[in-house]
Design a protein around this ligand. Structure first.
Ligand code: FES
Ligand code: FES
Length: 159
């Protein structure tokens, strides 16, 4: 099958791109649209480094083809900050030292922001379950949980 033209709205911007049917969404984001904040860890849907939002839901962008996202809306980590103001989850990771090498961080933040929309006042256990599909090899998770708790509190203040 030859290349296909698809439309994607990414971080509020419309794009038309021509892709091979076998191109994974994560490669389309990084290599075609040059949004390299979305990381690639395993490419087998285990690590969560590639997590983005597809129509508001957190998904692992190595687990679908770009053509499967045709006509849909995507948010990547680059879309969290608004007009120079960090998103509360970004502020949380900064304030609570939620990262060391930072490789897992974009995926963690995208999973957390989707989760907090559904669960604005989560328990620690619920946070740990929510991020169980995102692997971090550095932090031991404690400060990641604190970062998400920080964001939850800040988002509730803004309601
Ligand atoms: S790169 Fe997608 S889950 Fe690891
Ligand atoms: S901070 Fe290094 S993998 Fe999570």
């Amino acid at each position: 099958m030859g290349s296909q033209k698809i439309s994607l709205k990414v971080n509020g911007v419309d794009h038309e791109v021509v892709v091979e049917p076998r191109l994974l969404l994560v490669h389309c984001l990084r290599e075609v649209l040059r949004l390299t904040g979305t990381h690639i860890g395993c490419e087998t849907s285990h690590c969560g480094a590639c997590t983005v939002h597809l129509d508001g839901k957190a998904i692992k962008s190595c687990s679908l083809f770009a053509i499967q996202a045709d006509g849909r809306e995507i948010t990547t980590v680059e879309g969290l900050e608004q007009d120079g103001t960090l998103h509360p989850i970004q502020e949380g990771f900064w304030q609570e030292h939620g990262l060391q090498c930072g490789f897992c961080t974009p995926g963690m933040m995208m999973t957390a922001t989707a989760f907090l929309k559904d669960r604005p006042q989560p328990t620690e256990d619920e946070i740990r379950v929510a991020i169980s599909g995102n692997l971090c090899r550095c932090t031991g998770y404690m400060n990641i949980v604190k970062s998400i708790q920080y964001a939850a509190a800040k988002l509730r203040q803004g309601e």
